[in-house]
Ligand binder design. Structure first.
Ligand code: IPE
Ligand code: IPE
Ligand code: MG
Length: 251
């Protein structure tokens, strides 16, 4: 039993946690290995994040798995990442099923190799009735592209007379994002010590709590996750209000 997990207040859990899983390359290099060794060792950390979420019933987990910018990495690394992704999806299918998780993907699926795309579409379809939590993989994902896509779709609706400019608001806009069916991100984690967002969920993290961890992704454990939740619960989310206003509302 985890002592850190015991400290979690189950009445104040984030609904949506998003993770920038960074530092695989450095983890491998520090062991004198190739970068791909780091990616292979990242799988266990992914399992840890999923299991931790599942254990405390966090309904939405989004994992930044491959960015649009990651296509510019050396071809060998991209191929090995795509192979690892295909392999892992097949190997973990049963586990995702038995946990009752529903799989979603955000990003430009069309750019992915056929094998990966087909396996993803199969799993998205096969898990669509699962209600025990949502696992969202950001793959070939760029938040700026997602926002531009929304702008183009909304502009087309205005041009065709289906939408009035004055009726464009945050909720209309959100309906054109990949994440339209998910709540906003409450907690964003990034491993590897980098303090940047790297084109991830720019709109969706407007009021998220951000935590930048000094550990490298393959070292991420369930207790790391539980500690992040405890730290999240020690923050006051004011949404522009004052502490006093929030205190008064509690009464
Ligand atoms: C994250 O680890 C995995 C992906 C971006 C696919 P990195 O591969 O970025 O590892 P570092 O940041 O170079 O150490
Ligand atoms: C962000 O990590 C993307 C993923 C974790 C999938 P990167 O390693 O690609 O980010 P930068 O290049 O350091 O900003
Ligand atoms: Mg990196």
């Amino acid at each position: 039993m985890s002592l850190i997990k015991e400290k979690i207040n189950t009445d104040n859990l984030p609904k949506h946690v998003a993770i920038i899983m960074d530092g695989n390359g450095r983890w491998a290099k520090s062991r004198g290995e190739e970068r791909t060794f780091g990616h292979k060792n990242a799988i266990n950390a992914v399992r840890n994040a999923i299991n931790a979420c599942n254990e405390i019933h966090i309904p939405y987990l989004t994992l930044y798995t491959f960015s649009s910018e990651n296509w510019s990495r050396p071809v060998d690394e991209v191929i090995s990442l795509m192979n690892l992704l295909a392999e892992t999806l097949i190997l973990e299918e049963e586990e995702i099923f038995s946990k009752g998780l529903r799989l979603h993907v955000i990003g430009d699926l069309e750019k992915l190799p056929e094998l990966v795309k087909d396996q993803l579409l199969h799993m998205i379809d096969a898990t669509q009735h699962h209600t025990n939590g949502n696992l969202i993989l950001a793959l070939s994902y760029s938040s700026q592209d997602e926002i531009l896509k929304a702008v183009k779709e909304i502009s087309t609706e205005v041009k065709n007379g289906q939408l009035n400019i004055d009726d464009i608001n945050a909720s209309v806009f959100e309906n054109h994002l990949y994440t339209k069916d998910f709540p906003p991100v409450d907690l964003l984690l990034r491993t590897s010590g980098e303090v940047r967002i790297s084109n991830f969920l720019l709109w969706q993290i407007a009021y998220a709590e951000l935590q930048f961890l000094d550990i490298l992704w393959p070292d991420f454990t369930k207790d790391t996750f539980f500690q992040c939740i405890v730290d999240y619960q020690n923050k006051e989310r004011r949404y522009g209000k004052t502490s006093e206003q929030l205190e008064n509302n509690k009464i």
